[in-house]
Ligand binder design. Structure first.
Ligand SMILES: NC(=O)c1ccc[n+]([C@@H]2O[C@H](COP(=O)([O-])OP(=O)(O)OC[C@H]3O[C@@H](n4cnc5c(N)ncnc54)[C@H](OP(=O)(O)O)[C@@H]3O)[C@@H](O)[C@H]2O)c1
Length: 325
């Protein structure tokens, strides 16, 4: 038997239950991973609260983890038992000691990346890879606004932007988070609980405003974010921490300066094994060069996942959080 977290109804963290299950065998094209560390992400909260519907209930939860390949299904040739791997996509159920997923979603780890680091950055780091390198291929010299700059995705984005020579203005909700984002390479920070976001961006950019805004806060910041852009610049809305952006009249993009807008996801970018491996190589390269360091600021035993999710949702975390199964 093995431990895993399940939920049978949507709701608060109290719906998360620790259960004993017999680990499933991998089917054709699948692999079973013995998780050594599991990543905690905001998307897990969207599934628990029903913003994103789970395919069925009861359901497992979590999509990110790292550990050892334990068994492979028929037709899998690029992985074998004992391989150290990490994954960030695939069926819900990574909050577990064993997880079965499509083999194409698992990437072999280089010796230089330990499993805890991998679990802490596979989803968040691959997200930053596509945001900064693909959605808008930053060349250096641009000014960007990145919300939640002290969080899991934000901490990686600050460091990667610095490595690319990009001026990242990060938003945060406290002086401690501002200091952390600046240590990670943010060119400037704005504490939007005390400062006017748009005025501060205007001041910092001497009226020029930003080339790109990366907004994962969603509902609360959508319009403010548009006001931080240069004419014809790009709005990247990639999350819903404060609720989803809906009911948008596309005419607002004209009104705010002939803007572009996109709503991307990791699954939309890492949609083939080749693309996933290309993105993972890019992520591992910045880890190996030391340009990006992963800050595992919170660790919880698997059974304390409810506490971990409450801290993430309550804005009490910084950097990455992992669960130890
Ligand atoms: N589209 C994609 O492919 C993709 C992939 C990964 C993550 N994401 C998104 O990126 C965001 C960051 O994910 P993460 O796991 O790294 O989380 P995180 O940034 O560590 O935590 C979320 C942060 O958002 C800020 N926030 C602002 N308003 C909030 C609210 N009403 N409730 C809670 N937090 C709020 C808080 O920072 P302050 O206290 O500093 O405001 C909080 O710490 C999430 O929105 C997630 O959905 C999207």
């Amino acid at each position: 038997m093995a431990k895993c977290i399940q939920f049978s109804r949507i709701g608060g963290s109290e719906v998360l239950e620790l259960v004993d299950v017999t680990p499933a065998d991998p089917g054709p094209g699948e692999v079973r991973v013995k998780n050594q560390a599991v990543g905690l992400n905001f998307i897990d909260i969207y599934f628990r609260t029903g913003l994103y519907p789970a395919p069925s209930l009861p359901s497992g939860l979590g999509t990110e983890g790292a550990g050892l390949v334990d068994a492979v299904g028929a037709g899998v040739s690029h992985l074998k038992p004992g391989d150290r791997v990490a994954y960030a996509q695939g069926p819900l159920g990574a909050y577990a000691q064993y997880h079965v997923l499509p083999a194409d979603k698992a990437v072999v780890l280089p010796d230089t990346v330990d499993v805890e680091t991998a679990a802490a950055c596979m989803l968040k780091g691959l997200t930053v890879q596509y945001l900064l390198r693909q959605t808008f291929p930053l060349k250096g010299g641009e000014t960007i606004l990145f919300h939640a700059a002290a969080g899991g995705v934000g901490s990686i984005a600050c460091q990667w932007a610095r490595a690319l020579g990009v001026k990242l203005i990060g938003t945060v909700s406290s002086p401690e988070k501002a200091a952390l984002a600046e240590r990670n390479g943010a060119w400037a920070t704005i504490d939007y609980t005390r400062e006017n976001l748009v005025d501060r961006v205007r001041e910092l950019t001497q009226g020029e405003m930003c080339d790109v805004v990366y907004d994962s806060v969603g509902k609360d910041t959508w319009e403010l974010s548009l006001d931080c852009l240069k004419p014809r610049a790009l709005m990247v809305s990639f999350g819903n921490a404060s609720g989803p952006v809906d009911g948008v009249n596309i005419g607002i993009l004209n009104k705010k300066g002939s803007l572009f807008a996109t709503r991307p996801s990791l699954n939309g970018y890492a949609d083939t094994r080749e693309r996933l491996e290309m993105m993972a190589r890019d992520l591992f390269a910045v880890l190996e060069s030391g340009e990006v360091k992963i800050d595992i600021a919170q660790r919880y035993p698997l059974e304390e996942v409810g506490k971990a999710q409450d801290a993430l949702q309550g804005r009490r975390t910084t950097g990455s959080t992992i669960l130890i199964p």
